[in-house]
Design a binder for this molecule. Structure first.
Ligand code: GDP
Ligand code: GDP
Length: 454
């Protein structure tokens, strides 16, 4: 029964990449030109501010990893409130709502020299209803003269306005102290067990359509942004809203910059891919459906599987696939992709937008599997029936016995089998196949490790 196995639940997990640790999230909001970018760079401790003064450029909603006093947190720049089709007020409200939903705390930045405008009063109304802690930064207080401007901001009803100069750095340390104090003990888990938006890596060989797909998903023309920025940006993630949920696409800076140099590029690209996969919980592996599957594709796939990340396979450029190619493709899949039969496949076109809406549901399924843990009692009930009907093959005249199994961890799901002898690879594959028949785990790798007890 369940109790009998309970003591084994604490079995030490075998080696493997641990999932990223939960980090509290701070969302930075404010009107255009109040100095959000400058402040974000200041808070990140970056020397060079990546500030865009070009009108009409939509800034991405981006997330950065920040560190202060030994504590890590995620800083989300929600971009400026540009009056859109729905008008400024609606856009402000939407941004503030988004901030409240994605963050553990919200930082509202105001230009102290301008004071609180109608826009800030509107956002303050939204934020006062929020259950999240809200901090108020009174920016552009560059010297003693500016201090008198700060007091009027008490009127927003968001507590103490904290004077800073993003430009010179004064006040930013105190602000960061206040931010850390404001974070809850444990980050919320609205987006899943890591606390923030789920992390997605978009991977695949060059020219497979990664940038095109990212553009399609975000619905904006990113190339414009790179051209004007012209600055080297740290590896940066993008927040993308898909199907009513915010996702964190990790290390998309490389995709945006489109660096094309001759030598060493492939090596560099592969390091970058590896880093993105490791930072992510789930990977969307893009394969060019119009070309034969290549060695390079298989290498990327191996990286995802070895890192133990959840996986969605997206066949891109489906608009170029005709009847003949489709037959070839099916053969390729049978031949080359057997070991990832558990991954869902989606046939998309970044160009036409075909089926890209299917990505979010498949990501969700994959992550759900990746998070799942089968209770030890249930696992052993299943296993003893299976092994009774299909005992492990005899080796060297001895029949290994499977004593019991436990799922030592999830993310990725890892099963440890305790046995009295070696289990052959073929039999382990058989167990995995049967395991999946019963428990599913669509979209997630499953690791099975064997511990022999003499
Ligand atoms: P954002 O649109 O809110 O992200 O604002 P930016 O960070 O792009 O800044 C808008 C302008 O304000 C830029 O010209 C900055 O140099 C300037 N600025 C930002 N912070 C300060 C500050 O603390 N003092 C002064 N004097 N100017 C600042
Ligand atoms: P990346 O190197 O993986 O970021 O690939 P890009 O997004 O730069 O795309 C490489 C080329 O493939 C570009 O010329 C795109 O226009 C083209 N492309 C991307 N997706 C599709 C698609 O779904 N269909 C077609 N026909 N072309 C595509």
């Amino acid at each position: 029964d369940e109790a009998e196995w309970a003591e084994f639940d604490e079995v030490e997990a075998p080696e493997g990449e641990a999932a990223p640790k939960p980090q509290p999230v701070l969302a930075v909001v404010g009107r255009p030109n109040v100095g959000k970018s400058t402040l974000v760079n200041r808070l990140l401790g970056r020397r060079e501010a990546v500030v865009q003064d070009v009108p009409g450029v939509t800034r991405d909603r981006v997330a950065y990893d920040a560190l202060w006093n030994g504590r890590r947190f995620t800083l989300v720049d929600t971009g400026g409130w540009e009056p859109d089709a729905k008008g400024l007020q609606a856009s402000v409200a939407a941004q503030a709502e988004l901030a409240m939903h994605t963050a553990d705390a919200v930082l509202l930045v105001v230009d102290a020299r301008v004071g609180a405008t109608e826009t800030e009063e509107a956002v303050a109304r939204v934020l006062r209803r929020s259950k999240r802690p809200v901090l108020l930064a009174a920016n552009k207080v560059d010297d003693q003269r500016g201090v008198s401007d700060v007091h009027s901001l008490w009127s927003l009803g968001l507590g103490e306005p904290r004077p800073v100069s993003a430009l010179h750095g004064s006040g930013s340390g105190d602000l960061l102290d206040a931010v850390l104090d404001a974070f809850p003990e444990t980050p919320r888990e609205i987006f899943g067990a890591t606390g923030g938006p789920r992390r997605v890596a978009l991977v695949g060989k060059p020219n497979v359509g990664k940038s095109s797909l990212l553009n399609k998903l975000t619905g904006e023309e990113r190339s414009v942004v790179h051209d004007v920025a012209g600055t080297t940006v740290d590896p940066v993630d993008s927040l993308v809203e898909l199907d009513g949920e915010v996702w964190r696409f990790v290390d998309t800076a490389g995709l945006r910059k489109r660096v094309k140099t001759a030598s060493g590029t492939e090596y560099y690209a592969s390091l970058r891919t590896k880093a993105a996969i490791e930072a992510a919980e789930v990977a969307i592996m893009l394969i060019d459906a119009s070309e034969p599957l290549s060695e390079q594709d298989l290498r990327v796939l191996t990286m995802v599987v070895e890192a133990g990340r959840a996986l969605v396979i997206a066949y891109n450029k489906w608009d170029l696939v005709d009847e003949d190619r489709r037959h070839q493709l099916e053969k390729e899949i049978d031949r080359e992709l057997v070991r990832v039969r558990w991954a869902e496949r989606v046939n998309v076109s970044a160009k036409t937008g075909r089926a890209v809406a299917k990505l979010a549901p498949t990501l969700r399924t994959a992550l759900e599997s990746w998070d799942t843990r089968i209770p030890t009692g249930r696992l052993n009930g299943w296993l003893s029936d299976l092994v009774a009907a299909n005992p492990p093959p005899v080796r060297g005249g001895r029949q290994p016995k499977i004593l019991f199994a436990t799922q030592a961890q999830s993310r990725p799901p890892t099963i440890v089998l305790f046995t009295t002898g070696f289990l052959e690879a073929g039999y382990r594959r058989f167990l995995e196949r049967k395991f999946r028949e019963t428990f599913g785990f669509v979209g997630s790798p499953v690791r099975i490790s064997v511990r022999v007890r003499e």
